[in-house]
Design a protein around this ligand. Structure first.
Ligand code: SF4
Length: 217
């Protein structure tokens, strides 16, 4: 039981911020539209794989109209290795149609509007708003954020929406955009899913390590 969760969160933030000063969005992009596409492709796929695919994709498709000039089958082949490519291609083309029809071809910068686009749920919208527009609309919750937030005792919830609600109450709004990047960096470097390196962890003496078997000793 953690008596003061806000203080606990503040300590975590302070240490991770120092540990990962260069943390940033791992999806390569040069504008909001590319980040939107990359984030849609990142569902059930690694950021590394998405970046390999988008290196070519973004040369061929530069704006929403470009995705509508090809057949769904052609787009499917271009994104095939990211998995779930049929659904992703269908969503990307439908989202591009809406971006052109409803937003004059520009990516909207509100949660409400982004959620009208196919393939876009809160996580994707938060990624785009935070990293492309610098708007702190919420806290991005992916598998790393979910795992670490539970282990660190910041939440007992399991669904992204509820975890996000807990985190947004514990993390100051000024850190909403960066907090997921710090947790993701830590999840990749130290707090792995199967074998967390607790002995090397800067949070070792404040982490309740909820739900894991101690395997670092
Ligand atoms: S102490 Fe262990 S479980 Fe806790 S954050 Fe560090 S690596 Fe993860």
């Amino acid at each position: 039981m953690i008596p003061d969760k806000k203080k606990h969160a503040a300590q975590i933030i302070k240490r991770l911020k120092k540990e990962y000063p260069d943390a940033h969005c791992a999806l390569v992009h040069t504008n909001a539209f590319e980040l939107l596409i990359a984030t849609i492709l990142s569902a059930q796929c690694t950021d590394v794989r998405v970046n390999i695919v988008t290196a070519n994709l973004f040369r061929k498709y530069r704006q929403p109209q470009d995705y509508l000039k090809v057949s769904q089958e052609e787009l499917e082949q271009d994104i095939r290795s990211t998995g779930f490519f049929r659904n992703k291609a269908k969503n990307i083309q439908a989202a591009c149609e809406k971006i052109i029809a409803n937003f004059d071809g520009a990516i909207p910068n509100t949660m409400e509007e982004l959620l009208t686009l196919n393939g876009v749920a809160r996580k994707t919208a938060n990624v785009v708003l935070g990293n492309a527009f610098g708007i702190a609309s919420g806290v991005v919750v992916d598998t790393h954020v979910s795992r670490l937030s539970n282990r660190l005792g910041l939440t007992e919830e399991t669904t992204p929406e509820k975890i996000e609600k807990d985190l947004s109450e514990l993390v100051p709004k000024k850190d909403w955009i960066m907090f997921p990047h710090w947790l993701i960096s830590h999840g990749r470097a130290i707090c792995n899913a199967r074998k967390p390196k607790c002995a090397e962890c800067v949070l070792e003496n404040i982490c309740p390590k909820i739900g894991i078997i101690r395997n670092d000793r």
